[in-house]
Design a protein around this ligand. Sequence first.
Ligand SMILES: NC(=O)c1ccc[n+]([C@@H]2O[C@H](COP(=O)([O-])OP(=O)(O)OC[C@H]3O[C@@H](n4cnc5c(N)ncnc54)[C@H](O)[C@@H]3O)[C@@H](O)[C@H]2O)c1
Ligand SMILES: [Zn+2]
Length: 375
Amino acid sequence: MSEAERELSWRHERGATGLRLGSGAFERVLGGTTRRFPSAPLLVVDESVLVGHRARLGAAAEACGGASIVALPGGEHAKRFAELERVLEACAAARLPRDGLLIAIGGGACTDLAGLAAALWMRGVAWVAVPTTLLALVDASVGGKTAINLGAAKNLVGTFHAPCEVALDPSFLATLPGPELRSGLAEVVKAALLSADDSFAELERFDPKSELSSPRWLDVIERAVRLKVAVVERDERESGPRRALNLGHTLAHGLEQERGFGVLRHGDAVAIGLVAACDFAVARGLLRPEQRARVVALLARFGLPLAPPRDLEVAAVLRALQLDKKIERGRLRYVLPCGLPAATDGAVAFVDDLSLDEIERWLYSSIETSSSASQ
Ligand SMILES: NC(=O)c1ccc[n+]([C@@H]2O[C@H](COP(=O)([O-])OP(=O)(O)OC[C@H]3O[C@@H](n4cnc5c(N)ncnc54)[C@H](O)[C@@H]3O)[C@@H](O)[C@H]2O)c1
Ligand SMILES: [Zn+2]
């Protein structure tokens, strides 16, 4: 793959979204897109990103006709009705017209909220996603899902509203705290496990300490984004094949809920969920033990956790799994890997023979293994 800026495209029911990948993609997308709109856009920015990139964002706002900037609190605090209202009030204050443009610059929480505001303002205006975390670069910016949380659970209120452009600009990652970058790597590993090409083997050769704008990082991001595009293009509304993206996520959500949302990083929970999924796959003959060992070794090399925390309340995880929407007619629908590499992009096994007892046994035995390993 060349070092020049890379262009990808994602086709969906509203047309196609262009994705530009490379350092400086932000300015290039902004320059190209804002010219097509009659009025200045509204910039919705994660406050940590605003602090870390103030001069750059100020210059960008200036360059697109004196755009207003709304800052959102970092993380899940952004995904609340109060913040949605604040962004919509800012649209009103800026007199954003029906053919206006909203630009979301931040992690997945910021782009989820801003995308929803764009879907609602005047029954839907165009928006551009500028993801600034690794997780948002490789996952949240593709697929068109937007959402906010309710007290009861995450992402209960939302809609599909695809951005018209996505700027995949890894230079924003320079200010991202290390644990957030590591957490995003779990989604990269998941994408590689779902890929039919040599993505997984490439990751085994990849050093995450490489320069963020290097071709190596661009390759890693591009492969993960291409996999997500391939899967969502086949199943925009998540009626079937898109569920493959839930690999490692059923248990991850249970673990996140047991800790209390925001305590265990999503990617860390996904890493543990991937180890469990590999173990369940080995038990069913879907994956060979040496393939499972490669996944575990890669997650370990990236500094990701392989087992639940020692003080885990197993019963609470099982209760959360029982309430999960992946339970159909009393059976837990589970996504397992089958083969490394996958036979085709997004190929997984959907099983419904996995009992809560088997998950309980896995949790207890992996906690024990991790405790004895760390003694
Ligand atoms: N729409 C989708 O398809 C989709 C897919 C996956 C995840 N999500 C959603 O994404 C959210 C998680 O996103 P996330 O992991 O990007 O986390 P996040 O948006 O919560 O951001 C994590 C932290 O990093 C900070 N931050 C962001 N960019 C930064 C930067 N460049 N420099 C310094 N700090 C920075 C934020 O302020 C926050 O504190 C969840 O709400 C999840 O539901 C959505
Ligand atoms: Zn995820």
